[in-house]
Design a protein around this ligand. Sequence first.
Ligand SMILES: *Cc1c(COP(=O)(O)O)cnc(C)c1O
Ligand SMILES: [Zn+2]
Length: 411
Amino acid sequence: MKISHLQCSLCKTTFSPNEVIYTCPHDGANIDVIPDYENIQQTVDFKEILSSPRQSIWRYLPLLPLSDPGFEATPLHRVGWTPIYAPKQLTHQLNVPSLWIKDESPNPSASFKDRASAVVLAKASQEGVRTVVVASTGNAGAATAAMGAAIGLDTVILAPKNAPPAKIAQLLVFGARVYLVDGNYDQAFELSIAASKEFGWYNRNTGYNPYTTEGKKTAAFEIWEQVLLNLAPEQTLNIVIPVGDGNIITGIHKGFKDLLRLGWIEHMPRLIGVQANGSAAIADAWQTNSHEIVPVQANTIADSISVNLPRDGWRALRAVWESNGCFVKVSDGEILTAITSLGKAGIFAEPAAAAAYAGLVKGINDGSISRENPVMVINTGSGLKDIKACMQAVAQAQIVEPNIQSLRKFI
Ligand SMILES: *Cc1c(COP(=O)(O)O)cnc(C)c1O
Ligand SMILES: [Zn+2]
């Protein structure tokens, strides 16, 4: 797709794509990528997308800000087109008309972040970038390392040293240069910005690089094809999304805005953001009707949404306002319970991902989410990413002697 211009999400100043690389030079706010919608309307027939043989985010290439990336038969081509499940038991328990779980764990590095990394790194490679740096609680790093390895870009990852070991293992196995920061995610974030200035590395940080949302918006396109096209037009879909920095919910919002602007959908689904009680800067702003996001001292078991100062908070608030949605806050205990509920439907979620389902249960029970609407919950990352946390959600397994007498005692 052709980019019409870039625009500051706050002061609305417009820029050409080569004028600004990251955030707004006036106020530091996040930059929106505005496609040339007229050009898309003239050149793209949405039926061609619906019949595309590509089962990945690349079926949406006409709506993405880069040319065909190539690299067929690499993990880059396995990103996206993730399955949706309709778990009967959970639908029944919640008493909603329909419930779908969109499972992001089949992505190459097992989280939603692959969508952003695939688009940002493929675009960077087309523009001659050699080295990409990212600060990450783990998943954005794993996705960057995986996509970098797939297409031959060097990657440098700055992760907090207490990131879950499985995520650190991924970084190392994918061959990234890994530096574990003796500090939290917010400090790794600042360090990565200083490093990209000092060493000339291209920065892929969430809520800093404008193109991450262009990758993340592909989830909205998939929801459009997988669900919205089959829904009666008067039905509004509730989409429940876990929120840390606020970039996933912003990206999904962007995808639906594209579809709305192109006239391919009639109205916006309702976006519902879920934050952990211990890391709820955006949800707090929403609940107090404030535009100002006050940083917190983050403390939650859900490491992927543990952030003091969300880097895309303003656009996350905008996504919820403009879609008539809401924010829900959940405790770590509710997150652990959600891990087991999803597990009984055969879906393995890391804590941050399970927060979405926990938020749905909470919101349905306290009335902030209506029972009348069909619901989609995004399972943003695999439970294999954080075994230690997931083990806290379940009882320990019994040890038996290898004979039937011993087993019988337990049955
Ligand atoms: C990054 C991440 C989130 C939150 O996304 P934000 O853009 O930070 O709001 C949720 N779940 C998982 C598994 C993630 O990796
Ligand atoms: Zn601005």
